[in-house]
Every structure is written in C-alpha cells, then in structure tokens.
Design a protein around this ligand. Structure first.
Ligand code: SF4
Length: 209
C-alpha cells in the first residue's frame, strides 16, 4: 500500500534558499477557478511514479534538502499511506525537510501528519469570514472553519507559510481582511501573482451567488 505520484520536479523556487523535490499527487476536494493543476485534480492520467523512484532520486542527488508534497491536494490521500511514506523519508533521509501544500480543508489529516513534517503551505483563498467568496473561489460549498483549524495547527512551524493568489474577484477590502488576519499569525503570508488558466473546466462552476 504505497503512494503513486503523477510527477516530480526539482525546484529552487518552491522553498526559497533550498533545493526541493516537488512531488505531485492527484485528486482534490476543491474545484478552484483557474486551477493550474486541474488535470491532476481530475486524475486524467494514471500516476506512475513510485515511492521507490522518489527514493532513488533522493539517493542520486544529495543536494536535495527538501521534499514538497503538492498536487492536487495531498490530504485527500489515505493518511496511513502518507504517514508510511513520510516515515520512510525521515528514516532514510533525516537531513531532508518536508513541506506539505494544502487547501487546509482536512485539519485532522494535517494534525496526524504534523509530527512527520517541517511545515505546511496553506492557501487562504478568500477572507475567512466570507463563506460565499471562499465557495466561489473553491468551486464548491466551502466552510471556512476547517481552514481556520488547519491554520491554528500549523502556524509557527519552521516551513509553514500562508498564501493567497491575487484573484481578480478579491477586492481591496478582501485583501485587507486577509492581511489583518494573517498579521496575527506567526508564519508569513504571501500575496501571489494570479495566472489565468483559460482551459480550466472549473472556471464555469459557480460555488456561490
Ligand atoms: S485546492 Fe484548488 S487550486 Fe489547489 S489543486 Fe485543488 S482545485 Fe486546484
């Protein structure tokens, strides 16, 4: 019972100052507008990269000091599978840090995985007092509470960060509210560039009035 990945990419940008091996898992519980990885979310291609192949890559390249689990949404995978993989990494590559990228919607999984990783990158896709805007962005009925819970679990970990794409439907007041909220957190918040993904099929989903 092991994980299979859809892709892996070597990156110096994902975690600044580090060489990261970014692993992409398929599946997601959201359907965000302009999702860059919508093909992974829909699982259009069977993942073929094995855990063994990832371990081989880490053995081959000792300059890699960080593994990023991304997607898709890693937390929709079975927690036992994720844990087993992370335990293997920790045992075999104790010098490698691990970050998980997440939409924050599965706080229980995040809580379970926290002892095995060094941080999480959590998306704050809308002000967390605005369920309608969050649901609109996520393309699905989305409750802010689980995301707030995730944030409180991961805040202050060494590699934790929070991030918001500058979605065109977020106005100045929305961004101000997110900024005020994240100002009270220990980990940094980044407002990232927004990229149009015109062929993303989720752009048509409403999610909110
Ligand atoms: S959370 Fe949204 S942006 Fe991230 S993979 Fe899922 S659908 Fe795409």
């Amino acid at each position: 019972m092991t994980l299979k990945f859809s892709a892996m990419v070597l990156s110096s940008k994902d975690v600044p100052g580090r060489w990261s091996l970014v692993l992409f898992l398929n599946g997601c519980n959201f359907r965000c507008k302009h999702c860059q990885n919508w093909k992974l979310v829909l699982g259009l291609e069977e993942p073929t990269l094995t855990e063994g192949r990832v371990i081989e890559e880490l053995e081959k390249n000792p300059a890699i000091d960080t593994v990023v689990l991304s997607g898709g949404e890693p937390t929709v995978h079975k927690p036992e599978k994720l844990k087993t993989f992370l335990e293997k990494l920790k045992l075999q590559f104790p010098y490698v840090s691990v970050r998980i990228d997440t939409n924050g919607y599965s706080p229980q999984v995040v809580r379970d995985l926290k002892p095995l990783v060094d941080g999480f990158a959590v998306d704050i896709k809308a002000p967390l007092d605005d369920k309608d805007k969050l649901s609109y962005t996520a393309g699905a009925e989305a409750d802010p509470e689980p995301i707030k819970e995730t944030i409180s679990i991961v805040d202050g970990m060494p590699l934790t960060l929070f991030r918001t794409p500058r979605y065109p439907w977020l106005n100045g007041r929305d961004l101000e509210k997110i900024k005020e909220f994240t100002n009270s957190l220990k980990s940094p918040w980044f407002l990232n560039e927004f990229f149009l993904v015109e062929d993303c099929p989720f752009n048509q989903l409403s999610g909110a009035p």
